[in-house]
Design a protein around this ligand. Structure first.
Ligand SMILES: [Zn+2]
Length: 223
């Protein structure tokens, strides 16, 4: 091996380390899932956003949680589940606005009927890892667990919202992560298997991927 080859190899070997050094955001493992065979139904961003039914109900900028926020360019989406069988999305919005969550906050709560947005998307929340990379780089989505709501509808609405945000911020599918990814917490519990990502999490990711493809498919030309 001559010197030139050696140096080329050295650069090649160092490349992952150099790339890692460029960013302090971690790189999550890829999730394996089965691509859904259903043909995508093309939708525009506006159409899919309407299907998600987003209500903005922001916390006061003077609230304790928002006063501690940093500016953010989202690179991840963190999925949570509320573990609260009583409160719907509007109830979580009220709780956040009256300061009942202390220093905690997140960007959206989703239930069977709507997604309520609590804070702007260019602002960090505090939902993942006490101010660590999960909070500094990710949009936090809480999925409701109201007993009278259909969880599949809530999860699908959350998957659609995730697809819209991925397209808006150019976030890759592998950066859609469960809260578990940041801290090992059993969250979103209904979509984990024995406290870890398994077949239910793969199903959720397959739904996100399906809606992502719906946004990327052009409608067939009319003849
Ligand atoms: Zn969580």
């Amino acid at each position: 091996m001559n010197v030139r080859m050696l140096s080329a190899n050295a650069v090649f070997l160092m490349l992952p380390a150099l790339l890692a050094a460029c960013s302090d955001a971690p790189r999550p493992p890829a999730v394996s899932f089965r691509i859904q065979n259903v043909p995508p139904v093309p939708r525009t961003m506006a159409q899919m956003s309407r299907e998600v039914h987003i209500n903005r109900d922001f916390m006061s900028p003077r609230s304790r949680a928002r006063r501690a926020a940093h500016s953010m360019h989202p690179r991840f989406i963190t999925i949570h589940s509320t573990a609260n069988p009583k409160g719907d999305a509007a109830a979580h919005a009220r709780a956040l606005k009256r300061g009942a969550m202390g220093s905690l906050n997140w960007h959206f709560t989703v239930d069977q009927y709507r997604a309520v947005q609590h804070i702007p998307l260019n602002e960090t929340g505090r939902h993942a890892d006490r101010g660590g990379p999960g909070d500094m780089y990710s949009i936090g989505i809480e999925m409701g667990e109201v007993r009278s709501h259909n969880p599949i509808v809530t999860w699908n609405r959350s998957a659609k919202l995730t697809a819209v945000l991925m397209k808006q911020y150019h976030i890759p599918l592998r950066n859609v992560v469960p809260h578990y990814y940041w801290t090992g917490k059993n969250c979103p519990a209904p979509l984990l298997t024995n406290g870890r990502p398994g077949h239910k999490w793969s199903w959720f990711i397959s739904r996100v991927d399906y809606y992502r493809r719906c946004l990327e498919t052009r409608p067939a030309a009319a003849f």
